[in-house]
Design a protein around this ligand. Structure first.
Ligand SMILES: [Zn+2]
Length: 206
């Protein structure tokens, strides 16, 4: 059962992210752990508009991504939320489809993007200096997220300090102990993606 408080927190994040252009159309999905044993996640349904989320757009899934009959269809990417919770012990997972994560992951030829030297890096949990080097892995896009989630878990174990990952030409995932921390991480990483891409593509002169 999803509390009214959790539903309103998710709706508020949805509206904020939608207005920032991070969840156009019905893209993106958000989840929060409501029970660890047995594992239960509250997650936005497939096709829900993130700028107008209501309690009926959020359902509860089990550790295999199944929702009780008649409660709605979970996103195909629910598998990724479960993989992040398993690999990182996260309490909340947020996913955006921003312009900057899409462009930068398209342009990047390697398996990730690196950020270093920015004050805002300190928005990431455990980071205390702008000199920190953050590696944001890129995973390839697919429509088969059952297989994709297994690949993702390997990537998360390969980069145990990463605070998020990007799916190529698709969007950003980040997480935290709770929704507040996950939101801070998304805001931080979206900022770093935008700064990096604007700098890469800059046409102005000083
Ligand atoms: Zn997506």
């Amino acid at each position: 059962m999803i509390s009214a408080e959790l539903a309103s927190q998710l709706a508020e994040i949805g509206l904020d992210f939608y207005r920032r252009g991070w969840a156009p159309g019905t893209s993106g999905n958000f989840s929060a752990v409501i029970s660890r044993d047995p594992l239960r996640l509250a997650i936005t349904t497939s096709g829900a508009h993130k700028g107008a989320l209501s309690a009926t757009d959020i359902l509860v899934i089990d550790e295999r991504g199944r929702a009780p009959a008649g409660t709605g269809r979970p996103s195909a990417e629910a598998e990724l939320h479960l993989a992040v919770v398993r690999a990182r012990g996260a309490g909340a997972v947020l996913h955006t489809h921003s312009v900057w994560s899409t462009i930068l992951s398209d342009a990047a030829e390697g398996p990730g993007v690196e950020f270093e030297g920015y004050e805002l890096l300190k928005g990431l949990e455990g980071v205390t200096t702008h000199l920190h080097r953050e590696w944001l892995p890129i995973v390839e896009n697919t429509q088969d997220w059952v297989a994709g989630a297994a690949e993702l878990e390997k990537t998360l174990h390969r980069y145990p300090k990463a605070h998020g990952f990007i799916i190529r030409r698709h969007g950003l995932y980040s997480w935290g102990e709770n929704l507040l921390q996950a939101r801070r991480h998304i805001e931080t990483l979206e900022f770093l993606l935008e700064v990096t891409e604007r700098k890469r593509g800059k046409t102005w002169r000083v």
